[in-house]
Write a protein that binds this ligand. Structure first.
Ligand code: FO1
Length: 332
């Protein structure tokens, strides 16, 4: 039997945990993961790629399970020394083990390797069991536009009317997404090109999956790279998504704050609508079974199954349900 080729678009923690389940549910599949790089940030001169690293560490067995990002068994000697110098940004902690990844990445980028080649080299060590591709080799950064003063920087003399754009990580990690976002801007996305292999992985897939990642700041930036959304929409393979919203709340993280910023309701049906142009199937949790009719009215086959990724078995059952839904819509 031919090997099943699966291409998934993924953000950080939710995407990684789903992918771990997928590898258990379909151990013989050939899986390509297109990772979000728009929350990459340069700190202390180092290029940090949180979502790529979260996928790589989770699937490679190196993740700190309790928080879902960073390295297991981490120590923080360098962070403590940096803090003693008062070196910013202290709200974003880089552990000692994790720093080695950023040092290698930054050194290779400085030597002229594109991020896709660097990611492949890093994955040589971690053997994540998937082909991990950044969405682009170009620089794309999510910035969040907030009202000056709300972010505790001093407001302009004219009052609070002025805006300030801050890096996504500052909004997410330092401000816990508690400061209202006026807009979310994907700086550089309009000029970015899909990384080598990305469009081929979409065109050549048997199934395309959208795991339960943040729809606005994880899946959104991947689809914003010119050519990617059209490729998914035009692909022969069914595209199946998994709702990151259960019962009106994000499964984890602060997706509600990001959805509010773009005027989309924090509901399983609201997120489905955001992707309705490219989705063939959408999984919602059993508590959202009442939403299936609205999703199907938008032309997307919708099935309710348990979506809490309490352990790898639960994630594998969700992945199995996504693959079954792909089979069902393909047979139509
Ligand atoms: N998240 C935090 O809440 N605080 C941190 O200090 C932090 C550091 C960090 C370092 C490396 C890395 O790969 C991820 C890190 N994260 C941290 C998580 C991450 O910033 C976000 O959860 C994601 O970018 C959102 O997908």
């Amino acid at each position: 039997m031919a090997v099943l080729r699966i291409t998934a678009l993924a953000g950080g923690i939710g995407g990684s945990r789903f992918l771990r389940g997928l590898l258990r549910a379909a151990p013989d599949a050939e899986v390509t993961v297109i990772g979000n790089t728009a929350d990459d940030i340069t700190l202390h001169g180092l290029h940090v790629s949180p979502d790529l690293d979260t996928v790589m560490y989770t699937l490679g067995g190196g993740i700190e399970e309790s928080q879902g990002w960073g390295r297991a068994g981490e120590t923080f000697a360098v962070a403590e020394e940096l803090a003693a110098y008062g070196a910013e940004a202290q709200w974003f902690t880089l552990g000692d083990r994790d720093l080695a990844t950023h040092l290698v990445r930054t050194r290779m980028l400085a030597a002229g390797y594109p991020l896709s080649a660097v990611t492949e080299a890093l994955c040589d060590r971690w053997q994540p069991g998937v082909r991990l591709l950044p969405m682009t080799d170009d620089r794309v950064e999510t910035h969040v536009v907030v009202t000056a003063g709300d972010d505790d920087e001093s407001a302009d003399a004219a009052g609070d009317a002025r805006e300030r754009a801050i890096h996504f990580q500052e909004w997410w990690v330092r401000l816990h997404a508690e400061v209202p976002a006026r807009r979310i801007v994907l700086v550089g996305a309009d000029r970015a090109k899909p990384a080598p292999g990305v469009l081929d992985a979409i065109a050549g897939a048997d199934v395309i999956l959208l795991p339960p990642s943040n729809p606005v700041v994880s899946i959104g930036p991947i689809l914003a790279v010119p050519g990617i959304r059209d490729a998914v929409r035009g692909a022969a393979a069914p595209a199946i998504g998994v709702s990151p919203i259960i019962g009106g709340s994000p499964v984890r993280g602060m997706a509600d704050a990001a959805l509010t910023a773009i005027g989309v309701p924090t509901t399983a049906a609201g997120v489905a609508e955001l992707f309705a142009d490219l989705l063939d199937g959408w999984l919602v949790d059993t508590v959202d079974a009442g939403a299936t009719a609205a999703v199907e009215a938008a032309g997307v086959r919708c099935v309710a199954v348990p979506l809490w990724m309490t352990d790898v078995d639960a994630a594998a059952a969700m992945a199995r349900a996504a693959l079954d839904l792909a089979e069902e819509v393909r047979a139509r």
